[in-house]
Design a protein around this ligand. Structure first.
Ligand SMILES: [Zn+2]
Length: 70
């Protein structure tokens, strides 16, 4: 019983440390949240910065833009 209480205290301590870490800002490679867009051809979600913008939507690659818009 004594060990059970000790175990609970250890788990609560670990949980608390995790909570503290979650509050701290996580380093991001790019500033701001990434806007994800779906490819109009295959539906793959890609960051808006990397998307190929066509006349009928956005695409994951120039090949998909060509095959969708031709
Ligand atoms: Zn695609």
């Amino acid at each position: 019983m004594k060990y059970l209480v000790l175990l609970v205290i250890v788990f609560v301590g670990l949980w608390w440390i995790r909570q503290q870490r979650r509050v701290a800002p996580t380093p991001q490679n790019k500033s701001g949240p990434q806007i994800m867009v779906a490819c109009a051809h295959c539906g793959t979600h890609i960051p808006d910065n990397d998307a190929i913008h066509g006349t009928q939507g956005v695409y994951c690659s120039p090949a998909h833009r060509n095959s969708h818009e031709s």
